[in-house]
Design a binder for this molecule. Structure first.
Ligand code: 5GP
Ligand code: ZN
Length: 114
């Protein structure tokens, strides 16, 4: 197993609160939530960042976006709105080098982000 916290979560070696999963995608609650709803959506297979996405990942990306919408509905944040984002690299604030999308909602988000 790669020395990657999210690969370990996918494998079940580190516990997490799973909110959605299919054969390609896992969604978990963030351990340090920045909003009342803070879910991370990630590919089960290790991809470092959005920079590694190719056309071969079209099904994966569709699944992530559809799951994000479904989770937003399920969590009751769809109507008022939410934010779906991926941090990339040091300037983007990416701490975990396994692609993940943050789904944040349940409070008013600031713009521009910090
Ligand atoms: P990044 O800064 O890379 O965009 O986001 C990484 C996110 O992963 C952070 O919001 C952080 O709280 C979350 N995180 C880091 N380690 C763990 C963990 O072991 N479990 C869970 N559920 N979230 C984690
Ligand atoms: Zn990984």
């Amino acid at each position: 197993m790669p020395d990657c916290v999210f690969c370990k979560i996918v494998a079940g070696a580190i516990p997490s609160q799973r909110v959605y999963e299919d054969d390609q995608v896992l969604a978990i609650r963030d351990i340090n939530p920045q909003a009342p709803v803070h879910v991370l959506l990630l590919p089960k297979r290790h991809i470092a960042s959005v920079l590694e996405i190719t056309e071969r990942h079209d099904v994966l990306l569709r699944r992530i976006v559809l799951a994000a919408g479904a989770i937003a509905q399920q969590e009751g944040i769809a109507e008022r709105g939410f934010r779906l984002l991926t941090n990339t690299g040091p300037d983007g604030g990416q701490a975990v080098a396994h692609l993940h999308f943050h789904l944040l909602g349940g409070r008013k988000m600031e713009w521009p982000p910090g």
